[in-house]
Design a protein around this ligand. Structure first.
Ligand SMILES: CC(C)(COP(=O)(O)OP(=O)(O)OC[C@H]1O[C@@H](n2cnc3c(N)ncnc32)[C@H](O)[C@@H]1OP(=O)(O)O)[C@@H](O)C(=O)NCCC(=O)NCCS
Length: 181
């Protein structure tokens, strides 16, 4: 399945197992993201393909969003990781991915909220989710989801702050470029 990109610059589609290695490489080269095993990305690109999207430009991976609908709360779609290649940043690609990803999560489901975790130092990540909530004029609430004490001390990990956005009504889940402010 190919999802039309409003600006036509990127091919956006659900991930396939053949995308897992490129995603793993992108994450491994992105200091702000926790690196996971290649096998984790294979699982996310197969079992969770319906709640993921990849964007390609030319032959290369330009960005992706991977997540799932929370098994313990089917009203909430959780963004596990989202990233855009450095060369493709600042063009609105992450927002387009997030808009289309959430619209797919909502369709035919009970999903009305988006959750994501951000670390306090990641300004770009927070700006992305704030932009998503602001466009829809819905609340964005936050709390410490996973405190640093839960991570191995040797990692010196920051608190993971959970951002919870919504409720988003389904008719406003698709990005309308003229609505962006
Ligand atoms: C976060 C990230 C995905 C944003 O990708 P992007 O394609 O450049 O983002 P967009 O161009 O769609 O911008 C989305 C919004 O965030 C803002 N933004 C993006 N980068 C920003 C930065 N470095 N500082 C402040 N704001 C920023 C944009 O201004 C825009 O806001 P607006 O809609 O109000 O104008 C990208 O910087 C990235 O891959 N970072 C490393 C991975 C990461 O931290 N992922 C998030 C945690 S899982």
């Amino acid at each position: 399945m190919h999802i039309p990109d409003p600006l036509g610059d990127f091919e956006i589609r659900p991930p396939a197992p053949s995308d897992a290695e490129a995603i793993w490489r992108m994450v491994d080269g992105t200091p702000d993201l926790d690196s996971n095993s290649p096998y984790a990305y294979l699982l996310l690109c197969s079992h969770f393909a319906s709640t993921g999207l990849v964007a390609h430009a030319g032959d290369g991976l330009a960005g992706f969003v991977l997540g799932y609908v929370r098994p313990d709360d089917v009203s909430t779609a959780f963004v596990w990781q989202v990233a855009v290649a450095e060369t493709a940043r600042g063009q609105g690609l992450a927002r387009r991915l997030l808009d289309q990803w959430f619209a797919r999560c909502v369709r035919g489901s009970q999903v009305r909220f988006m959750e994501a975790t951000v670390t306090p130092s990641n300004r770009a990540s927070r700006a992305l989710f704030t932009s998503f909530a602001k466009q829809r004029r819905v609340p964005l609430e936050e709390h410490v989801g996973f405190p640093r004490l839960l991570f191995p001390e040797s990692l010196d990990h920051q608190d993971e702050i959970i951002l919870r956005i919504g409720p988003v009504i389904p008719s406003r889940t698709v990005c309308q470029p003229e609505e962006r402010s």
